[in-house]
Design a protein. Structure first.
Lengths: 236, 320
């Protein structure tokens, strides 16, 4: 296999371009030898090292291409212009396939991001309305956050437990602070209350004395009623 | 799709939030370390202080409630007292007019003044109870002949009885301080009589806390006992603004409890009631037969249409 490999420089061709458009990859096409690649659209091209490299990197292509034995041909020397253009066309097809695949992946990612909770909720309007070019220039800052799914019961339970412990401890400490504060103020309040009670009791004693001076409630009432009866009799 | 939904139910916590939460938990934990050893002591102190406060609060609330009750009761009683005073004034006014109408033959009403002499006695309480029971108002002519002691209950102060008479709306009259109408007694001169009267006035005022001064005097043994000094005494009484009164019906109880029966008392009164439209009946507070006869007497006179009144200065029966 190694013997059959004819290292011939074909042409340095810009065959592929990264999606961001900033980096160009120049691929050296080198004949491997006696194999042609047959593409899904039926086109075939000579197998080069670049073809193999692409195939290795993107294993998906393995499913859509197949390598076939090339018919024995005599040594041709340098590759012809026709063969170069053939290879360029095949590379163009590859590029398109890669671009399509990338677009599909990005669309899927976009869809996923939009359905996530809290995604972009806090994003300011200006940022949302920023021109696309600017967004593209600024690499999106990766949000450092911890996402806990309800479906992830273990994590959720841990969080709830942690919060519960925090709340219990907080309540415990608040109650302690309140008790301490109240303990300091209660004696004063109690003394005030007792003082007020003493005043009230003195007032009550005076009131009771006044009542006693007037007499028994029932007797006073009976006396009034009897006078009323006498008046009624006299007024008849 | 289902995966997306599950993700939508997730909780997303930023790193900052997570750090703050962690810091809070750490602070809380550290604080708890300091709090726990002291918690028991503070709780105990707080419980004790709270308990004291609660007791004080309960005491205050009870005192406050009692204060409200007493205030309400006092106001009500003061209202009733005022009402009673107004009613009394109205009754005396009406009674004075009725007496005049009776004397002029314009009214068929009958008035009975029950008077009891020589008190206070402990037995007076029984009379008072009876009078309250029947809604009767009477007049007590009091003396201090026995000093500040009740003759039938020496351990009780005579003064303590005075408010009792007034409480039920009865009239207190002056029966002189000494009640000594024998030889060399109160009737020897107007001056002697007035001294006995004034002393009794003073005693009554003392006994009633200065709230009551008698306006009517009854001569011990009756005005006829005054003899030649009667007119001078009456003149002296008039000068003092005091009226005097005898009686129109003698129950007969003065002959002594052993010699008088309840029937005799009842008959005496029944006889008098036949032709008297305004009666002033003489009883004695010490008389047991009078006390026993009193319910029958009241019932009988009430049936006869008599209105029982206490004596009042404006009455036509009071001499001025």
């Amino acid at each position: 296999m190694e013997e059959n490999r004819q290292d011939k420089d074909l042409k340095q061709t810009e065959l592929n371009t990264e999606a961001d458009g900033t980096v160009s990859r120049v691929t050296r096409h080198t004949w491997i030898g006696d194999k042609d690649e047959v593409r899904p659209d039926g086109a075939d091209r000579p197998v080069t090292r670049a073809t193999f490299a692409d195939t290795d990197v993107r294993s998906t292509r393995m499913a859509t291409t197949r390598l076939v034995e090339r018919e024995k041909r005599p040594y041709r020397g340098f590759i012809t212009d026709e063969e170069i253009s053939h290879a360029e066309a095949a590379a163009e097809i590859d590029r398109r396939a890669i671009a399509e695949s990338r677009a599909a992946r990005e669309a899927a990612m976009e869809n996923m991001t939009q359905t996530r909770v809290y995604s972009n909720i806090d994003m300011p309007e200006e940022e949302k309305a920023a021109p696309e070019e600017e967004v593209q220039k600024k690499k999106p800052r990766k949000k450092r956050s911890v996402s806990i799914n309800v479906t992830d019961g273990k994590k959720f339970r841990r969080l709830v437990l942690l919060l519960a412990v925090f709340v219990v401890l907080l309540a415990f400490e608040i109650s302690f602070a309140v008790m301490k504060a109240r303990t300091a103020t209660l004696p004063g309040s109690t003394a005030k209350l007792r003082s007020k009670t003493a005043t009230l009791q003195a007032d009550n004693t005076a009131l009771q004395e006044s009542i006693d001076e007037i007499g028994d409630y029932d007797e006073v009432k009976a006396n009034r009623d009897s006078w009323q009866r006498i008046k009624d009799k006299l007024a008849e | 799709m289902a995966e997306d939904k599950r993700q939508a139910r997730g909780i997303r916590i930023s790193d900052t939030m997570l750090k703050v939460l962690a810091a809070l938990i750490c602070i809380t934990l550290v604080a708890a370390v300091f709090v726990v050893p002291k918690y028991g002591r503070v709780f105990k102190a707080y419980t004790a202080a709270r308990s004291e406060y609660n007791a004080a609060d309960a005491g205050y609330e009870a005192a406050e409630q009692k204060n409200a009750d007493l205030t309400q009761k006092l106001e009500e009683m003061q209202g009733m007292k005022t009402e009673t005073e107004e009613l009394t004034a109205e009754v005396f006014k009406l009674a004075a007019q009725t007496e005049k109408d009776i004397q002029a033959g314009k009214s068929n009403k009958k008035i009975c003044y029950i008077t009891l002499d020589d008190g206070p006695y402990n037995k007076g309480k029984d009379f008072l109870k009876l009078f309250d029971q029947y809604g009767v108002k009477a007049t007590f002519f009091l003396t201090t002949a026995n000093g500040d002691k009740l003759p039938d209950q020496a351990d009780l102060s005579a003064k303590s009885m005075y408010p009792e008479y007034l409480k039920s709306g009865h009239t207190i009259g002056n029966h002189t301080y000494s009640h000594d109408y024998g030889q060399g007694g109160i009737y020897t001169s107007a001056k002697a009589f007035m001294k006995a009267v004034n002393n009794q006035q003073k005693f009554t005022e003392e006994a009633t806390g200065g709230t009551y001064t008698p306006k009517i005097v009854r001569f011990p043994g009756g005005s006829s006992e005054a003899g030649d000094n009667a007119e001078a005494i009456k003149e002296a009484l008039k000068k003092e603004g005091l009226g005097w009164i005898d009686w129109t019906v003698d129950s007969g109880d003065s002959w002594g409890s052993d010699r008088v029966s309840t029937d005799l008392i009842k008959n005496n009164i029944k006889d008098a009631a036949k032709d008297q439209k305004i009666m002033v009946i003489l009883f004695h507070e010490w008389s047991k037969p009078s006390l026993e006869a009193m319910p029958s007497v009241i019932k009988y006179l009430d049936k006869q249409g008599y209105i029982f009144l206490p004596l009042f200065p404006e009455s036509v029966m009071v001499q001025k």
